[in-house]
Design a protein around this ligand. Structure first.
Ligand SMILES: [Zn+2]
Length: 427
């Protein structure tokens, strides 16, 4: 090891380091260590391209520890703020408008595992005791805004973790943090970040409870929540008997894919919660038949339900929520984005990496579904997936472009980019 006192001091611009961090996920490198190899500056155009992207003049590249050190200084908050600004821009440009439900943006709620350890990792871990072993977990509650073409863009994240004040307690005395408690922190924050936005929350049956209804009211959000017999059983019973009493609330339709749907609905169901508050909402049932097999779905909502609106509420407010699982969590876990990998040993830095991943995934999703890529593929008479073979290959082609091509100055010119119209496939 050379004596560090004699190494030249290199100061990295923060814009460069942030792009360096986003690159980790944009090019789906999988681990921080890969930065040193895949983004090696020697014999490549990496520095040339990244300097122009970040508007910097770095003469050497950082090592992966530089990034980790930098994130230790900044903490996670600036990256959450950067993501908020990206989404505000997309909303302002009206690029997500095609997915709006009665004028509202649909925001899907769901939690996911982030990290799992076999032994205590930090004072904030959620602790789960099994018969033979104990696991120490970090989870995140996500609010993702649903856009056209299956876009599922992270707009708010709340880490599900035990607080310091709780840490001294052990075993049963310690009430752990959970998804619904995290929602009580997430929604007010989402409102502070997007004060004017018309929002319709979409969530699974776990969220069909008084806490969500109160939060939605306090934060001026509408909702479409999955309704199952086990949650609010008395209300479910009322729903079933009232369905029989209003046969006029019915719509039958078929999708182009040959799915037969029968919608029925009830207005003004009431629910008295354990704190004596009474809630009123509408409920929708959808019997869906594919190849002779019928599945029943149901939702509760405070949106106006009638023959004209029922299908749109169920589709955009109810079904599109499933994108959060597929396009959202599965993609982030089962790709080079590597959501469940511990990119740092430090709990606070892990959050910064989490936000950088979300930012990169927003950029990647926009790239994947935008007309830019479709137009390139169309020149070869193909779709983007036909042209690249897979989304994984697309990430590799992106990395190759960064490494081996001195991209033209036009590529980095904001005023030139402003003239390019990017459209999302809404078919
Ligand atoms: Zn931990």
């Amino acid at each position: 090891m050379p004596d560090s006192r004699f190494l030249p001091l290199v100061i990295y611009d923060k814009r460069f380091l942030i792009w360096w961090g986003i690159s980790l996920y944009l090019f789906q490198l999988g681990s921080r260590r890969q930065l040193d190899f895949d983004l090696d500056a020697r014999g490549t155009q990496v520095l040339n391209n990244l300097n122009r992207l970040a508007q910097t003049q770095q003469e050497t590249r950082p090592v992966h520890d530089t990034l980790d050190h930098f994130l230790g200084h900044t903490g996670a908050a600036p990256y959450a703020e950067l993501r908020t600004r990206m989404l505000r821009r997309l909303i302002r440009m009206r690029s997500l408008d095609a997915a709006r439900l009665q004028g509202r943006f649909v925001v899907a709620l769901d939690a996911t595992g982030h990290l799992a350890f076999g032994r205590p990792h930090c004072p904030h871990c959620l602790v789960y005791r099994h018969a033979t072993h104990t696991t120490y977990l970090h989870q995140v509650l996500e609010a993702k805004i649903l856009g056209p073409a299956g876009l599922t863009l992270s707009m708010a994240s709340e880490f599900i973790e035990n607080s310091d004040s709780n840490a001294a307690l052990s075993g049963e005395a310690r009430k752990q943090d959970c998804e619904l408690k995290a929602l009580s922190r997430l929604l007010p924050q989402l409102r502070r970040d997007f004060p004017q936005l018309s929002v319709c929350l979409s969530g699974d049956s776990l969220y069909a409870c008084a806490r969500t209804l109160q939060l939605a009211k306090d934060c001026h959000c509408n909702y479409v929540l999955t309704f199952k017999p086990g949650h609010m059983p008395a209300v479910w019973k009322d729903f079933q008997s009232l369905l029989k009493l209003c046969p006029e609330n019915k719509l039958t339709c078929s999708t182009p894919e040959g799915v037969h749907q029968v919608y029925c609905w009830v207005h003004g169901l009431s629910y008295r919660d354990d704190q004596g508050r009474t809630w009123h909402f509408n409920a929708i049932e959808c019997k869906e038949t594919v190849d002779g097999e019928t599945t029943v779905f149901a939702w509760i909502t405070d949106l106006k339900v009638d023959t004209r609106t029922v299908e749109e509420i169920a589709t955009k407010g109810g079904r599109h929520r499933w994108h959060i699982e597929n396009q959202g969590f599965n993609r982030q876990k089962n790709s080079g984005l590597n959501l469940e990998h511990a990119f740092s040993t430090d709990p606070e830095r892990l959050k910064a990496y989490y936000y950088l991943l979300q930012i990169a995934h927003i950029i990647l999703q926009i790239l994947e579904v935008s007309s830019l890529l479709r137009n390139v593929a169309a020149e070869y008479g193909q779709t983007p997936i036909q042209l690249f073979g897979s989304l994984k290959n697309l990430a590799r082609r992106l990395l190759e472009a960064l490494r081996y091509f001195a991209l033209s100055d036009e590529v980095f010119d904001h005023s030139h980019a402003a003239r390019i119209q990017v459209r999302f496939d809404t078919s």
